[in-house]
Write a protein that binds this ligand. Sequence first.
Ligand SMILES: [Zn+2]
Length: 302
Amino acid sequence: MLSRTLVSLAAIPLILLALPSMAQDAAPQVTFKTTELAPGLHMLEGVGGFGGGNVGLLIGEDGVVLVDDSFPPHTEQLLAAIAEVVSEPIDFVINTHVHGDHLGGNSALSAQGSTLVAHDNVRSRLVKEGMPTPDGPQPAGKEMLPVLTFDDAVTFHLNGQESYVFHVEHAHTDGDAVIHFRTANVIHAGDVFFNGVFPFIDMDNGGSLDGYIAAQKRILEMADDESKIIPGHGPLATSADLKASIDMLESAKKAVGGLLAEGKSLDQILEAKPLADFESQSWQFITTERMIRQLHRGLTSQ
Ligand SMILES: [Zn+2]
């Protein structure tokens, strides 16, 4: 395979570290864990560090579809994990949204011939502002841009699977797509769902508190007790896990909203610890304090 022989010198240490025997003594290094959720439908999770967003992979006789592609430090490992499941090239890559930990592998994949698909706003934000990362925006070259964009929804009819890709408005960002693999009863929610931890609602990129909750409710309506839900981050989920996220957001919104209605300032709200019941959902990126700030901004910007 050409891409293997042309592997850059910089990538070699990453590949070596990915070997289990050598990883034991090394610094944490992300590898990908693959779980088959239904025949031909897989979830790939980065483990051993911040592995980027969860990836979906649909394979079968008609072609290969990838949902999200993590980010550059992990592209080689991701492609290696995919190659263990399927040897054919990846035909389509669907980006769930504009964040760098979900579409950072776009350039590498389009160079391999994959067709990049996303909501209109993903492309327009990449063109206008570049790719958002926690370290600030990075320039997005032509090879990173989706070439097939949609406004409301698009359906893939491949591998005996109806894959309904639909937009949810102003949720995590303003370009979110959710993928409902209807035949398999699997949903890839992108970052409209962080399972078990506080979500990031990116209001600087068109996300909104109420849109986020509304999008989660729309996904919940599509799901049943048997559904498997791939969250953008966190472990594979059930509809009960999604319901728990909605309940948490609604209670948290109510708690912070109540304090706002009493005339409390942001500092007073932080001091009142309105999210004490949900402390276990605090994590490195969205701490309890940051979650309260998000709720406050969401409630005061409406
Ligand atoms: Zn995101």
